[in-house]
Design a binder for this molecule. Structure first.
Ligand code: PMP
Length: 355
């Protein structure tokens, strides 16, 4: 830390992104990216737009917001687009939480939530998940706090039903409920239709997972017009050009190829079920995931040891050195071939250990 760093941030512990080592070629199952490339139409759109980079992007992102609005049956005024969904989450925390409206989220969830809360000095409560790692909806009903729920949750992959989400939203009319749907396309129910009924619901989404665009950084928020206007106040106070021209056009092209991406999601779901079964056969306990990853622990080998042994063999998974989940690894679901390599390596690691 330099002597110039503001005391305001001196205690900040930043988010640690998943590792991206360059020392060898890894099978990357550690950051929940899609194993499938963007559709050719997206590549063409990016190439075409790159010839116009001398011009600023449209600060209103009208074309993309209109397409998103059509895709999700809302109006463009109910949509904001951002540099990854991390950015819309950041704006939402700034906009809808403070000392008088503290935050409430699970103790095991997306690691960026406490980072954003600390960044903005917002008090927060981390509510323990149940013993089986599920979220107890009653912990979030009538709480008079700004609620943040990832649905499906990460890194567990477990989801709440739409009825449970609605109960939470309906019971907190004086606070915003933020539902982070980064992984919704892999089998959970989206709460977007509820934004018509509840003015305190903000749903966030991303093109990073189901739409193969993690590197383009494109996220969005959908909610009541007034909520979106608040987020825009913060966006225009930070960076009105937060979504660059190439990313905007890539997003538009991706929405035109929806069937390609939704079919990839179905493949991931099949691979997830295959991987879950194989891991269970090897003695793992695997949570019932609705996301593009599985969260699994093996009584025969420690979580960290498995992570390190897989890394040595060129397979990267994500291990969180955190109470309650230390024995688990979060494994992104890739192609069937990648999952076969994963399982083969785990079998070999376990065999070595039992000799
Ligand atoms: N929410 C959750 C639950 C996530 O796991 C992630 C991915 N790290 C994000 C939001 C943010 O992803 P992105 O900024 O790429 O949209």
């Amino acid at each position: 830390m330099s002597e110039f760093f503001s005391a305001r941030y001196a205690g900040l512990i930043p988010y640690t992104p998943g590792e991206q080592p360059k020392d060898m070629k890894y099978i990357k199952l550690n950051t929940n990216e899609s194993p499938f490339p963007p559709s050719p139409a997206v590549e063409r759109a990016v190439a075409a737009e790159s010839g116009r980079l001398q011009l600023y992007s449209d600060p209103e992102n009208r074309t993309l917001r209109e397409r998103l609005a059509r895709r999700f049956s809302v109006s463009p005024e109910e949509v904001v687009v951002t540099n990854g969904s991390d950015e819309v989450l950041n704006f939402a925390f700034m906009a809808f939480a403070d000392e008088s409206r503290p935050l409430r989220f699970p103790d095991i969830t997306y690691g960026f939530y406490p980072v954003f809360a600390n960044l903005h000095g917002i008090p927060y409560t981390e509510v323990p998940l149940r013993e089986d790692f599920s979220i107890a909806p009653e912990d979030y009903t009538g709480v008079r706090e700004t609620v943040v729920i990832a649905n499906p949750n990460a890194p567990t992959g477990l989801s709440l039903s739409l009825v449970e989400i609605e109960r939470i939203v309906a019971s907190n009319p004086e606070n915003v409920v933020i539902v982070d749907e980064a992984y919704v396309d892999f089998g959970a129910e989206s709460a977007i239709p509820l934004t018509k009924k509840y003015k305190n619901l903000l749903v966030t989404g991303t093109f990073s997972k189901s739409r193969s665009m993690a590197g383009a950084r494109l996220g969005f928020g959908i909610g009541n017009k007034a909520l979106i206007a608040d987020l825009n106040t913060l966006r225009y106070s930070t960076n009105p050009y937060n979504v660059n021209r190439m990313t905007e056009m890539a997003g538009v092209a991706a929405l035109e190829e929806d069937e390609y991406y939704m079919s990839n999601c179905r493949t991931i779901v099949e691979n997830r079920e295959w991987t879950t079964k194989r891991l269970q056969e090897l003695g793992f306990s695997v949570l019932s995931s609705r996301a593009n990853f599985v969260f699994a622990a093996c009584p025969r080998i420690g979580g960290k040891e498995l992570y390190l042994s897989l890394k040595e063999r060129g397979v990267l998974v994500r291990h969180f050195d955190k109470d309650r989940i230390r024995e688990y690894n979060r494994i992104t679901v890739g192609t069937r071939e990648q999952m076969e390599v994963l399982i083969r390596n785990i079998e070999e690691i376990l065999k070595e250990r039992s000799l």
